[in-house]
Design a protein around this ligand. Structure first.
Ligand code: IPM
Ligand code: MG
Length: 356
């Protein structure tokens, strides 16, 4: 099994190193190859997604990704910014199905900004479409407004669009995921305002006919945002487009108290995938050895489960993470009084030890 290791920027290299250590003690033979991506790709080869990095990602069975981005690249032209690396990987590799679980570990109930009774036992799954929508829609740009009340003025514009096939395939992924859980699916759109929203709703409703065992409901995105903070446990699986999924998944992540705990998977039609923590590159704490590596370690577990067909090894990692939390070990982002503050490496050590 070949794994492409793309650490990226900021805390990326530190947290990915811990996940690699964990993979290496499982007793399996993985072929791992590392390549620069994001700002690191730009520094090394003048492009956030260097040709060799993309080729490695294409050739691998799975990709373990850290994070990209740093303020120092904010002034670069868009095509050279670190974020283009992850967008390029998603699009080029066809990684259209993004799984973002938001699970609250009982030990961390106090870390949430919401009342414990609202979030304790939370276990929801956001499925975000990842290669369409306003993220990739053309035309886009800055131009002279051709019409409207501001005709002749400069305007920025993007295009929100979804093809039927794109909606159908993500709907199938979502219904199938719901079948493996509590069999409830909420589809989120803005059908009251947007054409793409109504179209999305119609197609999801049609796909539902093939999954009578799943209970489907539809929700407008503004209401979904409200319900996520009001009564998040009412959800089981949510499916939504790229833009709304970006926003709702950050909100859902924060329900759990620490975005430093949440893994994610981005899969293509054949379950080849890119696995990354849900959090970003956190340049403010990079190199300090204090970042939480657990989201990346849990992402490696998802990789074993979804792409490498090693569910037992995935279970072992999940159990090891639970055990270090039960031991009271906490990185700074989830630290509370009465628990033991540890750094990135010590947290990785503890997971490795729990695995042995
Ligand atoms: C995410 C991130 C990315 C996105 C950025 C880094 C391009 O926010 O994975 O949610 O907007 O999809
Ligand atoms: Mg985001």
């Amino acid at each position: 099994m070949k794994i492409a290791i793309l650490p990226g920027d900021g805390i990326g290299p530190e947290i990915v190193a811990e996940a690699v250590r964990v993979l290496n003690v499982l007793g399996e033979q993985f072929e791992m190859e590392t390549a620069p991506v994001g700002g690191a790709g730009y520094e090394a080869h003048g492009h956030p997604l260097p040709e060799a990095t993309l080729q490695l990602a294409k050739d691998a069975d799975a990709i373990l990704f850290g994070a990209v981005g740093d303020w120092k690249y904010d002034t670069l032209e868009r095509a050279l910014r670190p974020e283009q690396a992850i967008l390029g990987l998603r699009k080029t590799l066809g990684l259209f199905a993004n799984f973002r679980p938001a699970i609250l570990y009982p030990e961390l109930a106090g870390a949430s900004t919401l009342k414990p009774e609202v979030v304790s036992g939370l276990d929801i799954l956001i499925i975000r479409e990842l290669t369409g929508d306003i993220y990739f829609g053309h035309p886009r740009g800055v131009r002279t407004a051709p019409d409207g009340a501001f005709k002749g003025e400069r305007e920025g514009f993007d295009t929100m669009r979804y093809a039927e096939t794109e909606i159908r395939r993500i709907a199938h992924v979502a219904f199938q995921a719901a079948l493996k859980r509590d069999k409830r699916l909420t589809s989120v759109d803005k059908a009251n305002v947007l054409e793409t929203g109504q179209f999305w709703r119609d197609i999801v409703t049609d796909v539902h006919r093939q999954y009578p065992a799943v209970m489907l409901d539809h929700m407008y995105v503004d209401n979904a945002a409200m319900q996520l903070v009001r009564a998040p446990k009412k959800f089981d699986v949510l499916v939504t487009g790229n833009m709304f999924g970006d926003i709702l998944s950050d909100a859902a992540a924060m329900l759990t108290g620490s975005i430093g705990m949440l893994p994610s998977a981005s899969l293509d039609a054949n379950n080849k995938g890119l696995y990354e923590p849900s959090h970003g590159s956190a340049p403010d704490i990079a190199g300090k050895g204090i970042a939480n590596p657990l989201a990346t370690i849990l992402s490696a577990a998802m990789m074993l489960r979804f792409s490498l067909n090693m569910p037992e090894q995935a279970d072992r990692i999940d159990a090891a993470v639970k055990s270090v939390l039960a031991q009271g070990l906490r990185t700074a982002d989830i630290h509370e009084s009465g628990t033991t503050l540890v750094g990135t490496e010590a947290m990785g050590d503890a997971v490795v030890k729990a695995l042995n």
